[in-house]
Write a protein that binds this ligand. Structure first.
Ligand code: TYD
Length: 213
């Protein structure tokens, strides 16, 4: 089973992914955790390039192709082999991030982005995508606090520094995109307690599993 997690910064994605891993492991399943950008060897260099504050001059199209390159390599070298080995693969961000950030965020055409994603994922779409939804003001506050704690504000602070209006657009983008893909994408309200949020994610996983059977 292949599950991806999406949402703006500060939704608690990392915490929830860890809970989902524990849930599957408790059932005796082997779980592989990964992320985008940066889930493959070459991807780790692409991630540095994409998120470094010095690279603010990347054009939206350059950025797009770097994300797509990262995804193509990640799917071929990591995700597909891990799924074929029978593991549950949990991925922090995937193709929907491109549609939402480069499309609804940066203004590139979402239809074209979807087609480019089709090329990058090469037929491998998630069984389920969980969008963690939160008010951007709350999300950004959480993300800024986390960055200060982790001391990563300098290296990877490019996105968090963007305007609140950008994040509002991203949130709306996720909601619009999710409504167009109800068969695969589930929106979960992430402002509740961590346990409540996880309960909702578990429900989504269980219904996706029953649909698969
Ligand atoms: P990251 O530090 O992983 O953010 P988060 O903790 O919020 O997941 O940085 C990834 C950033 O890259 C995030 O702001 C969204 C952006 N992104 C895109 O713009 N397009 C994409 O296709 C992907 C995968 C990520």
């Amino acid at each position: 089973m292949f599950i991806t997690f999406e949402g703006i910064e500060g939704t608690g994605k990392t915490t929830q992914i860890a809970k989902v891993r524990d849930y599957f492991e408790a059932q005796g399943r082997e779980v592989f955790l990964t992320l985008e950008p940066g889930g493959s060897r070459v991807g780790r260099d692409l991630r540095k390039m994409l998120l470094h504050v010095d690279n603010k001059d990347l054009t939206p199209i350059t950025e797009l192709f770097l994300y797509l390159a990262d995804r193509a390599q990640h799917v071929a070298q990591v995700i597909r082999p891990e799924l074929e080995a029978g593991k549950v693969v949990l991925c922090d961000r995937f193709a929907d991030s491109t549609v939402v950030y480069q499309g609804y965020g940066r203004g590139l055409e979402t239809k074209v982005l979807h087609q480019l994603n089709e090329v990058a994922v090469d037929g491998l779409w998630p069984d389920l995508t969980v969008v963690l939804d939160i008010d951007p003001e709350i999300g950004l506050k959480r993300a800024t606090l986390r960055n200060l704690e982790e001391g990563k504000a300098k290296e990877e602070g490019r996105f968090e520094a963007e305007h609140l209006t950008f994040h509002k657009r991203i949130r709306e983008g996720y909601l619009t995109w999710a409504a167009l893909h109800r068969d695969r994408i589930r929106v979960v309200n992430a402002s509740a307690s961590q346990d409540e949020v996880f309960d909702r994610i578990r429900d989504a996983i269980e219904s996706a599993l029953t649909e698969k059977k």
